[in-house]
Design a protein around this ligand. Structure first.
Ligand code: ATP
Ligand code: MG
Length: 198
């Protein structure tokens, strides 16, 4: 690389560093965050479980409520469930149960656990995995859920996952990520793989 090119690069990086340092210096708030991980791509629940691992590494108390899904043989529960309070509250997908009344009763049982955590400042991170479906299907009252999220303890972090996050939830959230479905091995005929999908 020519000297001139190197100098230009160094000057550009110095300007970039000044901008980044100023942004970091300006971010001084500390409070509990509401995060939403949504979209059609793979990686929503695993992003939430990544934060569970981080939080546990810092010694935080973590609660996880998994809605919809019924399987209790996942790697995340086997591993992270040793240190986090873990509840699997689903009966399976709506197309498996085919019973709306049962789905609603199950949703309410799961929500009761979540509501208890959202009212208790001892929980420093709460994961509500696949919660969006319960809102979108109308299994839970949206205002009740949003109210509990909005009035949770001020230092408590909450991660909500699931496709098609409702606008009001996105509005309330501090950080929202939408994962795009670019490709998925399932469509090439690969079945769910332990360690990757469960
Ligand atoms: P993960 O739990 O792997 O982070 P996710 O939470 O983003 O996935 P879910 O809709 O909860 O997605 O579905 C979980 C399961 O479905 C996983 O086995 C995942 O690999 C698979 N899956 C996720 N997205 C897709 C997709 N776009 N097409 C096919 N299968 C998918
Ligand atoms: Mg998921």
């Amino acid at each position: 690389m020519s000297q001139e090119k190197s100098d230009r690069h160094a000057a550009r990086m110095a300007r970039k560093k000044a901008v980044i340092d100023a942004a970091i210096a300006a971010a001084t708030d500390e409070r509990g965050l509401l995060l939403v991980v949504t979209g059609n791509g793979k990686g929503k629940s695993t992003a939430a479980f990544g934060m569970v691992a981080r939080a546990l590494g810092h010694g935080l108390k973590v609660g996880v409520v998994q809605f919809i899904k019924s399987r209790t043989d996942t790697g995340e529960e086997a591993f992270l469930g040793q240190h986090a309070e873990w509840h699997v509250t689903g009966d399976g997908f709506t197309w498996d149960t085919q019973n709306r009344e049962q789905d609603i009763a199950t949703a309410r049982r799961g929500w009761a656990i979540a509501a208890r955590m959202l009212a208790d400042p001892a929980y420093q991170l709460v994961v509500l995995d696949e919660l969006t479906y319960l809102l979108n299907y109308g299994y839970l009252d949206s205002d009740t859920v949003l109210d509990a999220l909005a009035h949770r303890p001020p230092m408590q972090h909450v991660v909500v996952t699931g496709r098609a996050a409702p606008a009001a939830l996105v509005e309330l959230a501090d950080t929202v990520s939408e994962i795009a479905d670019v490709k998925h091995a399932f469509r090439a005929g690969v079945k769910a793989q332990p360690g990757i999908d469960l």
